[in-house]
Design a protein around this ligand. Structure first.
Ligand SMILES: CC(C)(COP(=O)(O)OP(=O)(O)OC[C@H]1O[C@@H](n2cnc3c(N)ncnc32)[C@H](O)[C@@H]1OP(=O)(O)O)[C@@H](O)C(=O)NCCC(=O)NCCS
Length: 331
């Protein structure tokens, strides 16, 4: 058994920033409505020519440049996304091809796989990747959360388009001899009967695109229902995980929640009586970047030196599926 350390982190945001005021010009909404209902002020949106694998590439090169220890090779790429470049192959494989020409850490013996499970995907992927390292199967894994989710958004649908943004974050996870480093415990779950609360009806094999159904190729969401489930389910599952590990909310130095809605996050922290100073949020700057929100938030929290080696962190996410996951992590 090994411990798992985060050897490096990198992020990437597209250059085009869109404010709530910009959205006022294209849909029937206001800055006040969006800010009060969600906490969002801005989001970054990719250009037409850029896709998820590009954002993943830039965030991963940033992480590789930020490495300060010697890593000989990366054994596996795990990419969490809901806006894949293609249905086949995995976007992780496209990323592999792009990275291979830029770094000798990526070789023909580096595996590549996607995790495609809603906004929870990065936390699911974190559990998967760190368990493989802990078990001694792999030494170094590139773990990426990347989304060009704006391409799945109907920019005339004011109930959805205000919520989302593009971006990417990459962790390089490595085996460490201190066995107590990395993943301490996790809980996950899903309710597949609620798969259609957040989904793209057309584009998969169930509803292939035709001339008649193209308007359904965009993301649909029953926002009010998602809100109600998240605000009760997530705190109850965090409470279960903390209690199982004999931890109080104050034993966690920093909470990194999926940045979906500031009212959901505030509801969770009120319910669990978590000190707001122990919670890092950046939803105002980036909106909901889906599978990229947790690594982007953690990167910024590290830059602000909010945690140090040995601290406990809780990563928490929920999203389409309906899925949820929580991880207690020792830095
Ligand atoms: C989407 C969300 C912000 C909507 O907030 P809400 O308080 O539930 O608002 P409602 O959906 O009840 O809509 C209230 C009214 O605002 C209107 N409205 C919806 N979007 C609007 C917008 N962008 N601007 C202005 N008005 C809007 C609705 O049409 C509705 O009008 P009506 O009362 O005349 O019918 C909120 O439900 C939410 O954040 N849900 C979670 C979504 C989420 O996080 N999804 C990702 C999960 S990973």
């Amino acid at each position: 058994m090994f411990g798992v350390k985060i050897s490096s982190i990198g992020i990437y945001l597209p250059s085009k920033r869109v404010s709530n005021y910009d959205l006022e010009k294209i849909i029937d909404t206001t800055d006040e409505w969006i800010t009060q209902r969600t906490g969002i002020k801005y989001r970054y949106i990719v250009e037409d020519s850029i896709t998820t694998s590009d954002l993943a590439l830039y965030a991963s090169l940033n992480a590789i440049n930020n490495l300060n220890n010697e890593i000989d090779k990366i054994d596996l790429i795990v990419l969490a996304t809901n806006s894949p470049d293609y249905i086949i192959p995995a976007t992780a494989s496209v990323l592999h091809g792009k990275l291979k020409t830029k770094t000798n850490l990526i070789t023909d013996n580096t595996g590549s796989m996607d995790v495609f499970s809603g906004c929870t995907a990065f936390v699911y992927a974190l559990i998967t990747a760190s368990s493989l390292i802990k078990a001694g199967i792999y030494k170094n894994i590139l773990l990426v959360g990347a989304e060009s989710i704006s391409k799945l958004v109907d920019w005339t649908d004011r109930t959805v388009c205000i919520l989302l943004g593009d971006g990417a974050g990459s962790f390089i996870l490595s085996a460490d001899n201190s066995i107590d480093k990395g993943i301490i415990d996790a809980n996950v779950g899903s309710d597949g009967t609620k798969f259609d609360l957040i989904y793209v009806p057309v584009g998969g094999v169930k509803e292939p695109p035709t001339c008649e159904n193209l308007s359904d190729r965009y993301l649909k969401m029953v926002g009010r229902e998602v809100f109600k489930i998240a605000i009760t389910l997530v705190p109850s599952k965090i409470k279960e995980l903390l209690e199982k590990n004999n931890l109080n909310p104050d034993d966690i130095k920093l909470y990194i929640f999926h940045q979906a809605n500031i009212r959901i996050i505030n509801g969770i922290i009120e319910n669990l009586k978590i000190d707001p100073n122990r919670v890092y949020n950046n939803i105002d700057k980036y909106a909901n970047t889906s599978a990229a929100s947790v690594p982007i938030a953690f990167y910024e929290a590290l830059k602000e030196k909010l945690v140090k080696e040995g601290d406990l962190i809780l990563f928490s996410a929920f999203g389409a599926g309906f899925t949820w996951a929580n991880v207690i992590w020792r830095l």
